[in-house]
Design a binder for this molecule. Structure first.
Ligand code: ATP
Ligand code: MG
Length: 414
């Protein structure tokens, strides 16, 4: 679990602002959800035989003896909230949320125990247009952030029926190579064999590569939907790779699934993952309702922004206000408020804690500000203020306090 320190938060804000602007441009609305849910919700929705439920959840009993869990992902809570508040009744929903998720994993680069996601979910639409919209929205996000080296992988898991047919073939094949299976996979062979394809164990990769392939077992409807998504992506100029071994880590996916991956982040290369989950709402007690969505991992996105050396917008103060003398400080505190009223978007840091001019200018410089304004007792009496550039060889200016706002707007172009 990481602290995000002030020098890192500018990158986080830039990332969050950019992504929020993109989701809003598609008409998605924010839903804010609790961090805790009943444990049962995750067991049901994610599935008992999954890494998350078997070994990654932070679960505890509260004072009433209820078993609660810190959310490991957002979809379950989002569906729970929609059902509880009747948001899925005869209507479609386009929703998004953001915040921390918790999984007790082995911490390593790109893998943490508290991490952050932006999640997007759409309900009530059978697709494939809405699935394509989801993928196009993620492509627009990378574009808005200036990220290029990311690859889209697509697959279709088919309907429940076609998955069953595939499952049979897969189990037959895996029985044939049982001696090569690791302990996890052997256990999953009877409970959840598809999950074996998702194994990260390097020793399992040859067996996985030679396994029968899901697309060969797809039903006609899933095949047609998948073709339609591919056609829309082709028309939009979004490239993709069909990866027949792409199965998602969670139990509830159906039909189209996708991941965005990069080879610039080492082993944890998936930055965004999603797909369709038509069975989930009904499974959690609602009426049959199609659903589709994705989540992207913000820590990995931040790492990718660093790798690409993406330039962040300046978040330092524009102006540092140097104050001295009793009258200077009193006038200055009020003047600062007047300036903030008059110059929208102004970032103005006022010197507090007094100090010599020399030490105040040192702080001004360290703040990253471009200009210092100075008010001492004399300026307070005269209604004037000195303007001093900190990062250019512009001459110092003496202004009336009323003229400071228009002059700053001009200099800062805000
Ligand atoms: P992985 O295969 O890397 O374990 P996952 O399939 O468990 O990922 P999802 O549950 O689909 O991941 O979550 C969506 C995204 O959230 C991932 O693609 C990744 O970017 C991010 N993510 C998941 N787990 C972590 C973690 N422990 N730390 C940081 N980011 C994570
Ligand atoms: Mg995982």
């Amino acid at each position: 679990m990481n602290d995000i320190l002030p020098e890192q938060s500018a990158a986080w804000q830039y990332l969050e602002d950019t992504l929020r602007t993109v989701v809003h441009s598609y008409g998605y609305r924010e839903i804010r959800l609790p961090l805790l849910e009943m444990t049962e919700l995750f067991k049901r929705s994610i599935g008992e035989v999954t890494d998350i439920v078997e070994k990654e959840m932070y679960t505890f009993e509260d004072r009433n003896g209820d078993s609660l869990t810190l959310r490991p992902e957002g979809t379950a809570g989002c569906v729970r909230a929609c059902l509880e508040h009747g948001l899925l009744y005869n209507q479609v929903q386009r929703l998004w949320y953001t915040g921390p998720m918790f999984r007790h994993e082995r911490p390593q680069k790109g893998r943490y125990r508290q991490f952050h996601q932006i999640g997007v979910e759409a309900f009530g639409m059978e697709g494939p247009d809405i699935d394509a919209e989801m993928v196009l929205m993620t492509a627009r996000m990378w574009h808005a952030l200036g990220l290029r080296e990311v690859t889209l992988q697509l697959n279709s898991l088919g309907t429940v029926e076609s998955r069953m047919a595939y499952r049979g073939a897969l189990v037959d094949y895996l029985h044939g190579c049982e001696s090569g299976l690791d302990a996890d996979s052997r256990r999953r062979l009877s409970s959840n064999p598809l999950r074996i394809l998702d194994s990260k164990n390097p020793d399992m990769q040859t067996i996985i590569e030679n396994a029968p392939q899901l697309p060969d077992y797809l039903d006609a409807e899933s095949r047609a939907d998948f073709g339609e998504i591919c056609a829309i992506l082709d028309d939009a100029g979004v490239g993709y790779e069909v990866n027949p071994r792409l199965v998602r880590g969670l139990d509830y996916y159906t039909k189209t699934v996708f991941e965005w991956v990069t080879d610039r982040l080492g082993a944890q290369g998936t930055i965004c993952a999603g797909g369709r989950y038509d069975g989930l709402v009904e499974y959690l007690g609602g009426r049959p309702t199609p659903g589709t969505g994705f989540a992207l991992g913000l820590e990995r996105m931040i790492a990718l922004l660093e790798v690409h050396a993406i330039e962040l917008p300046d978040s330092n103060p524009h102006v540092y206000l140097v104050l001295s003398g009793v009258q200077g400080i009193r006038r200055g505190m009020v003047f600062a408020g007047e300036l903030r009223d008059a110059v929208s978007g102004l970032r103005l840091q006022v010197n507090c804690g007094d100090g010599s001019f020399k030490s105040q200018f040192k702080r001004a410089d360290k703040s990253g500000a471009h200009y210092a304004l100075v008010i001492g007792d004399d300026e307070a009496g005269q209604g004037s203020v000195a303007l001093k550039p900190l990062r250019s060889d512009m001459e110092q200016e003496m202004l009336s306090q009323q003229m400071a706002a228009p002059r700053l707007r001009e200099l800062l172009d805000i």
